[in-house]
Design a protein around this ligand. Structure first.
Ligand SMILES: Cc1cc2nc3c(=O)[nH]c(=O)nc-3n(C[C@H](O)[C@H](O)[C@H](O)COP(=O)(O)OP(=O)(O)OC[C@H]3O[C@@H](n4cnc5c(N)ncnc54)[C@H](O)[C@@H]3O)c2cc1C
Ligand code: FES
Length: 274
């Protein structure tokens, strides 16, 4: 039996700088069969190891429609991410996964989708948005609300421009600068700019806990049913596969039962979850 803790080896084939402290890494399995067998859903994550430094979970930020590679988008915060940022194209890292449930895209079909992202939280939503755009006819109106700290902290800038052809995009920054002509304020201010019909709309969000807390409150006020609000949660993780117990919230393991939950599923322990 294969040891579930032994990673596959992948090569970093491209590194793109998104912001001063966020980079997107394009990864390709060394073993061609492992690459072919790497099937994932938007919203799933991998455990990435930088040899000699450790392992950490990252959402897959590319769409499953890309079959010859996959991407992660990483913010430099600590040991593993600092070590990853020192690597170059051509270097190897370890990958376990994909793990987690991912977004239930079949439940989004024929519905309007309101994507709400904060900071690096746009990474799993990018996977979902690109997946949905490549199956556009199955979904109704698409709206994105995205907030970053400053204009320099906005990720996927070029791609957001291309999304604008199909997605009603609304951006905000906490603090503007001389280049910024758009909205200033936390992401909830964008509710003033959009019109949503909660009856046929699902809301899908990922971002800092405080953002998800206030966005959820606003969605409930607008009349969104509790099972139409989807949150992608983060927790400290080790195994990623429901064994070690590091990531539990209430009776759920975020790595195995999540990271995507409906508000209905999480509301009993919401104060600790978001
Ligand atoms: C499902 C999932 C998906 C994720 N997706 C992404 C993604 O797409 N992109 C991304 O950039 N990140 C993502 N993360 C977050 C990422 O896994 C963490 O930031 C990870 O800790 C980075 O590892 P590190 O070794 O670089 O940082 P660490 O050394 O673990 O430090 C991370 C931060 O946490 C603090 N910290 C560390 N240990 C403790 C502690 N014991 N108590 C309090 N604070 C502590 C550090 O000071 C630092 O600010 C995801 C997490 C989960 C669970
Ligand atoms: S990370 Fe080990 S149980 Fe979730």
């Amino acid at each position: 039996m294969k040891n579930v803790y032994i990673p596959n080896i992948v090569t970093i084939s491209e590194i793109r700088e998104e912001t001063p402290d966020i980079k997107t890494f394009k990864l390709i399995f060394k073993d061609k069969e492992a690459q072919r067998n790497f099937n994932y859903k938007p919203g799933q994550f991998i455990e990435l190891s930088v040899f000699g430094y450790g392992e950490a979970p990252f959402s897959i930020s590319s769409s499953p429609n890309q079959q010859n590679f996959f991407e992660i988008t990483v913010k430099r915060v600590g040991d593993v991410t600092n070590a990853l940022f020192k690597l170059n194209e051509g270097n190897a890292v370890g990958v376990r996964g994909p793990f987690g449930n991912g977004f239930p895209t079949h439940k989004f079909e024929n519905k309007n989708i309101l994507f709400i992202g904060g900071g690096i939280g746009l990474a799993p939503l990018r996977s979902l948005i690109n997946f949905i755009l490549s199956n556009r006819e199955k979904y109704s109106e698409l709206t994105l609300m995205y907030g970053a700290r400053t204009p320099k902290d906005i990720v996927f800038k070029k791609e957001i421009e291309t999304w604008k052809k199909h997605v009603d995009v609304h951006l905000t920054v906490d603090v503007g600068d001389e280049t910024w002509k758009g909205t200033v304020g936390v992401v909830t201010v964008l509710f003033r700019e959009i019109e949503v019909n909660p009856k046929n709309t699902v809301a899908v969000m990922c971002g800092p806990p405080i953002m998800m807390h206030f966005v959820t409150k606003e969605l409930l006020k607008l009349g969104f049913p509790e099972d139409q609000i989807f949150l992608s949660l983060e927790r400290l993780m080790k195994c990623g596969i429901g064994i070690c117990g590091h990531c539990n919230i209430g009776r759920k393991y975020v790595c195995k039962h999540g990271p995507v939950f409906t508000y209905k599923e999480t509301k009993d322990f919401l104060e600790t979850a978001i």
